[in-house]
Design a protein around this ligand. Structure first.
Ligand SMILES: N[C@@H](CCC(=O)N[C@@H](CS)C(=O)NCC(=O)O)C(=O)O
Length: 278
């Protein structure tokens, strides 16, 4: 009988961070419940009853003063959306920490490479490259009209790390380190999926002409290998099951609409309301 306790994931459709966790859960063939959080109208019960903070003395300090997704509750009974997890359940915030937790919980799924050096590389890639190079280049380009040049420099670097595409179709095109798909891939794939998607949606938050310029660069010979990595990942069952472009588009459109009306990007970042909308 399995010793694995009940897993409940609090997630939001448009956010790449909970998507990382879903991918790892699917790759591990885990059974889990999802409770969806609307980031535009974040429910009060999420902060009050679920996320670490008030009322959960045993919880580690939250990684951010904001109430974020993902949050994973391990243990306890099945939860309804506005219900507080039971006292014997453990709550874990932060996608990269949750990925490590899942790699430990499901060793058979090999979510980390077997070789210690490759494991170190996979961890460094997620925590240093994706968090500190790729995301800080990507987010200002989609929400604050910053030019995408820094992003493309980071994508060049990412592409250089990819192993040669596998012409024999054994799946080598879909992973970065070691002998299989790992938490390094989980960390970056949700961002790459959304990157192209957002350019195609052309939200007003992109700089003038930036979407066409970005799509031209992305679709050029320069990024052939990286495009292949994304396309191959789209063929994985974990991605097929968790990437619903139409649903992401609907949720993303609501966030963009909120920025237009209020300037609010998230709980602690806001930009001036665009003049034409005032
Ligand atoms: N470092 C965190 C980042 C999570 C994060 O930024 N989540 C955003 C969604 S994209 C969020 O929950 N924002 C809520 C808010 O701003 O109100 C992680 O990797 O889990």
């Amino acid at each position: 009988m399995s010793d694995i306790k009940r897993i409940t994931l609090y997630a939001a459709v448009d956010s790449p961070f909970p998507h990382r966790v879903r991918l790892a859960l699917e790759e591990a063939k885990a059974t889990y419940d999802i409770i969806w959080i609307d980031l535009v109208g974040k429910p009060e019960w999420y902060e009050k009853k679920v996320y670490p903070g008030e009322g959960r003395a045993d919880a580690p300090p939250p990684p951010s003063p904001r109430t974020q997704v993902p949050y994973l509750v391990y243990g306890g009974p099945k939860l309804s959306p506005d219900e507080a997890p039971s006292g014997d359940a453990v709550g874990i915030p932060d996608s990269l920490v949750i990925l490590e937790f899942l790699a430990d919980l499901f060793p058979g799924a090999r979510l980390l490479p077997a070789d210690p050096v490759q494991r170190a590389h996979a961890r460094l890639f997620a925590s240093q490259f994706v968090e500190k190079r790729l995301l800080p280049a990507w987010l200002p380009s989609i929400f604050m009209g910053a030019p995408a040049d820094g992003l493309f420099a980071a994508l060049d670097e990412l592409q250089r790390r990819l192993p040669p595409a596998d012409s024999e179709g054994k799946g080598k095109g879909t992973f970065l380190f070691g002998e299989g798909w790992s938490i390094a891939d989980a960390a970056v794939v949700p961002i790459l999926l959304r990157m192209e998607h957002v350019w195609r949606l052309r939200p007003f938050t992109l700089g003038e002409g930036e979407a066409d310029k970005a799509l031209g660069t992305w679709n050029s010979a320069r990024f052939e290998r990286l495009r292949r990595y994304v396309a191959d990942n789209k063929e994985r069952e974990s991605v097929k099951k968790t990437w619903d472009e139409a649903d992401v588009e609907r949720h993303f459109a609501r966030r963009i609409d909120r920025i237009k009306r209020t300037g609010v990007i998230n709980s602690d970042i806001r930009v001036p309301v665009p003049a034409a909308q005032e």
